[in-house]
Design a protein around this ligand. Structure first.
Ligand code: FRU
Length: 498
């Protein structure tokens, strides 16, 4: 039975969505149907479609009591909104249905596992959020919360594990048909850890072990874990809070972490071998993956940043968008990402400029726009003297620009959105150490009205960020201090306006 709270949310979102013009949203990135969106949830392939649920507060463009929004897609780029799937309407999730995941049960129903939040009055007068893991089962549109919820709570936790920071279950089915899930938790040392649970039927769950412990190495609490096999290794993704920078690898605040290692399935032991950021830009958090029917491991993240997202203009009735879906693979021991191949079908109006040698600033014929796929191969123009700096400015008009610049002597690539319309001195730049020899660099920029995602060296690193400047700022220019030579291939993406 659909609760009154969910019925109201569904009615509200249906009416409000109509007030948002298509051009006011990203074209092929999923954005909040109305109101606020954060983490991707329940990213899954069910009944021939990809499902994406998301942390959702339909009534305001700010975070609030969490619902689950819902959308489906056949190609991961054209999304159709479905009615909100979950609302905070039970005694155990009254204060929010937090992040979680989805699997298809053997009988064809879809199982959602999420974190129920309930504020509890403490002896000192404060309120703390008790977090438990809960289930809902449905047909792909309507979901019934499980009568035995919560299925995991404080009783299931070993000593020292916090019952206030216990969230974001990511569930998957093993080859033998049983289920596992990983959940973020805070241990006694105040940092983060990932707990592993097991279930025979997806409904009754048991604690297995602490899969990975932060020990205060990478930020504090670890949120939104995901754990999967990739190219012969196992990959643990998580989003740590309160990170400190470590060289160019991590940045302050809410970050992302990828641990690559070996997993002994017998003893359920994960041995870390490598750590890195998942994304090197400004806006990327809480990614989740799905295994596509053709075997690709595809990841989508929330393309915002907790530290900057509350400063957006209140005039807009929606806020929050997802990243481009990215195919993951391992190369040279690192996590690589490339935009899903489905994006190639959206490319049109190809423009090619080869061996353009220049210094100073240039514009290239036919190279502009805010929904663009832009490939740039950069080389030094002069073998005797390496150039000092190369930059691409985009989303540009007389007043605004967003930029990507590269200094070959330091091998540092920088994204910068301080001239992208923000009236606040918040995080606007991030630098990344990239692999470049002799000043060569391969870049692919995906722009979709309010964002750019930069894929470096065929996916060795990705830098994502949003910018909310007006669409008239659609210029693209190239700058070089010294002499460079570039090959540029540009496509328009999405529906082309005349
Ligand atoms: C991460 C997160 C999750 C939580 C959700 C609440 O962005 O803090 O840990 O489940 O957002 O909306």
């Amino acid at each position: 039975m659909t609760s009154q709270t969910l019925r109201e949310a569904r009615k509200y979102e249906e009416a409000s969505e109509k007030l948002i013009a298509k051009e006011e949203r990203p074209d092929f990135h999923l954005s909040a149907r109305t109101g606020w969106m954060n983490d991707p949830n329940g990213f899954s392939y069910h009944n021939g479609k990809y499902h994406m649920f998301y942390q959702y507060h339909p009534y305001d463009s700010k975070w609030g009591p969490m619902h689950w929004g819902h959308a489906v897609s056949e190609d991961l780029l054209h999304w159709e909104y479905l009615p909100a799937a979950l609302a905070p309407d039970e005694a155990y999730d009254r204060d929010g249905c937090f992040s979680g995941s989805a699997v298809t049960l053997p009988d064809g129903r879809q199982l959602l596992m999420y974190t129920g939040v309930l504020k509890e009055h403490q002896a000192n007068g404060a309120f703390c959020e008790v977090q438990t893991q809960c289930l809902a089962v449905g047909d792909g549109v309507d979901y019934e919360k499980y009568e035995k919820n919560p299925v995991l709570d404080a009783k299931d936790l070993p000593e020292g594990c916090s019952r206030f920071d216990f969230r974001d279950p990511k569930v998957w089915q093993k080859e033998d048909g049983t289920y596992c899930c990983v959940v973020g938790n805070r241990p006694a040392d105040g940092s983060g850890q990932i707990l592993l649970f097991h279930s025979v039927d997806g409904f009754a769950w048991n604690f297995r072990k602490i899969l990975a412990a932060n020990n205060n190495r990478f930020g504090k609490m670890w949120e939104c874990p995901d754990f999967f096999e990739l190219d012969g290794k196992w990959v643990l993704l998580t989003s740590p809070q309160d990170m400190l920078p470590s060289g160019f690898e991590y940045h302050n605040g809410n970050g992302t972490l990828c641990l690559i290692g070996e997993f002994d399935e017998e003893t359920e032991t994960f041995t870390e071998q490598h750590d890195q950021s998942i994304d090197y830009g400004i806006d990327f958090y809480a990614p989740q993956t799905v295994l596509a029917p053709d075997g690709r491991r595809i990841m989508i993240g929330w393309m915002q940043n907790w530290d900057t997202c509350n400063l957006h203009s209140p005039e807009k009735s929606w806020f929050g968008q997802m990243s481009i879906p990215r195919e993951l693979f391992l190369k040279n021991g690192r996590l690589y990402q490339r935009p899903v191949k489905e994006l190639d079908k959206m490319r049109c109006n190809q423009v090619v400029h080869e061996n353009v040698s220049f210094s100073g600033t240039i514009h290239l014929d036919g190279v502009k726009g805010r929904r663009v796929d832009l490939e740039v191969m950069l080389r030094p123009g002069d073998v005797e003297e390496l150039y000092r700096k190369f930059a691409i400015r985009f989303a540009q008009n007389d007043q605004y620009h967003t930029s990507l610049s590269f200094r070959p002597y330091e091998s540092v690539l920088k994204v910068d959105r301080k001239c992208s319309g923000s009236r606040r001195a918040i995080i606007h730049q991030r630098r990344s150490l990239v692999n470049s020899s002799n000043g060569e660099l391969k870049l692919r920029l995906i722009l979709d009205r309010f964002s750019v995602e930069v894929f470096v060296n065929d996916g060795e690193q990705v830098l994502s960020m949003t910018m909310y400047t007006s669409q008239e700022a659609d210029g693209i220019s190239f700058f070089a201090d010294g002499s460079v030579s570039i090959d540029v291939v540009k496509y328009d993406l999405g529906t082309v306006e005349k």
